[in-house]
Design a protein around this ligand. Structure first.
Ligand SMILES: *Cc1c(COP(=O)(O)O)cnc(C)c1O
Length: 428
């Protein structure tokens, strides 16, 4: 824990892999499914979770572990697990403490894929979700809670609406009801915002976005703060506080203390569901993390300039960017995000609506229409026509996505060139 004193930029570069005498300076890719031991007893201890060590990459791998450690340190958590996608991360974060018959409450201003996972697929598993409005009062959010409610979920900055979550309000409601507060921190990244400092208990990521940052690898992460007291609500969380029959009676909270939640996610969910990222993808993710602090700053300063430019343009109907002083979420961004910096993502609409938006996007030169967000290259998407096209207009509005919303993800190119490309396309 000597790293706790280091600043974020140093953690990005230095934490995780700690080579000793004669070991490679750079995190090696342990592209091996399995690991060798000298005696049968050594291996048996690993299976009993009595000793630490690697035996099979579905459960743990040295490359993956070093990167998980770096992300845990960046978020100020006690442990992390990497998953093969952000979807798997959010699924595991919920499924680790919810089972058939349980319920949870989620902000409705969330990524479309997460909305489908919560509203459709988890329901098929018997886990019910009530969606609430971010801007609802504490009383209104509280009213959604039931005796079988197991957690409260929100996104730091919603994708694609770029609304900023009121962390303290959500944490208060969750903790009043004795449940953990789970936050998807994909957009701001720990460089701009560390939800655990504001009361979040568990933090998830799609590392596919800024953390990887170069659009090379789909991946996810779950970080546990270690702060939620599962034992205080032992009846509510039997999976953590009662003997696990599939691990010969082991009780996670008793055996692992603050590491209980992540250990269970590894030894039960990863064991049985197997959404592990490849060591090679984790190596690429680590390279991305080494420059995260530099890139995020550039994404944000570029986005600030583009948002101001769009806001002053006659053809633009509206701009949502929390960095604009006139934005509805500006004060929350100033309160919760370092320097008021949020992300490189801007949502805006053009006068003329849907038709005009599509025409504009087709005329862009290097700004590409891609199903992606938050990488080094500036890109653009019309959610109603692309990522969210399976949703009705009503569902779109429910998820905070206006039918004319254009999601512009500002990269780290020269900002004058980004603005020039937008300007020439608007003129057409
Ligand atoms: C992209 C995204 C996800 C899903 O992540 P994948 O890596 O694409 O599976 C989840 N949450 C947010 C906020 C996202 O932007």
């Amino acid at each position: 824990m000597e790293n706790k004193k280091l600043n974020l930029g140093t953690l990005c570069v230095q934490s995780g892999w700690k080579p000793t005498k004669g070991e490679p300076r750079v995190l090696p890719i342990y592209q091996s499914t399995t690991f060798k031991y000298d005696t049968s007893e050594q291996m048996a201890k690993l299976f009993d979770l009595e000793d630490n060590g690697f035996f099979y990459t579905r459960l743990q791998n040295p490359t993956n572990e070093a990167v998980a450690k770096k992300i845990a340190e960046l978020e100020g958590g006690v442990a992390a697990i990497l998953t093969s996608s952000g979807q798997a991360a959010n699924f595991f974060a919920i499924f680790n403490i919810c089972e058939a018959g349980d319920h949870f409450v989620s902000s409705k201003n969330i990524y479309g894929g997460t909305y489908n996972l919560f509203g459709t697929t988890l329901r098929k598993l018997g886990i019910d979700c009530t969606f609430i409005d971010d801007d609802a009062s504490e009383e209104e959010i509280s009213a959604a809670f039931r005796p079988n409610t197991k957690l409260l979920f929100g996104e730091s900055i919603s994708n694609p609406g770029v609304q900023v979550l009121d962390f303290e309000k959500f944490a208060r409601v969750a903790h009043t009801h004795g449940v953990p507060f789970v936050v998807d921190n994909t957009f701001p990244t720990p460089i701009n915002c560390r939800p655990i400092e504001w009361g979040a208990d568990i933090v998830t990521h799609s590392t596919t976005k800024y953390m990887d940052g170069h659009a090379t690898s789909v991946g996810g992460a779950i970080v546990d703060s270690g702060n939620f007291d599962w034992e205080a609500y032992a009846n509510k969380y039997p999976g953590l506080t009662q003997p696990d029959a599939s691990y010969h009676g082991l009780v996670y909270t008793k055996a692992f203390g603050k590491l209980a939640y992540i250990t269970k996610a590894t030894s039960q969910l990863m064991r049985d569901l197997g959404s592990i990222p490849s060591p090679f993808n984790c190596f690429l993710l680590n390279l991305g993390l080494e420059t995260l602090h530099l890139r995020v700053k550039q994404h944000c300063s570029n986005a600030q300039k583009v948002a101001e430019w769009l806001n002053a343009n006659d053809q633009v109907a509206w701009v949502n960017y929390p960095g604009l002083p006139t934005d509805k979420y500006h004060s929350l961004a100033t309160k919760y995000m370092d320097g008021g910096r949020t992300s490189g993502v801007i949502a805006f609409g053009l006068k003329g609506g849907r038709e005009e938006s599509i025409h504009f996007m087709d005329n862009l030169k290097f700004i590409a229409i891609v199903t992606h967000v938050a990488d080094a290259r500036t890109c653009i998407l019309h959610p109603a026509s692309h990522t969210h096209r399976q949703m009705s207009d009503e569902q779109l509005r429910e998820a905070g996505v206006a039918p004319d919303l254009i999601r512009l993800s500002i990269g780290i190119e020269d900002v004058d060139d980004i603005i020039n490309d937008i300007e020439q396309a608007l003129k057409k």
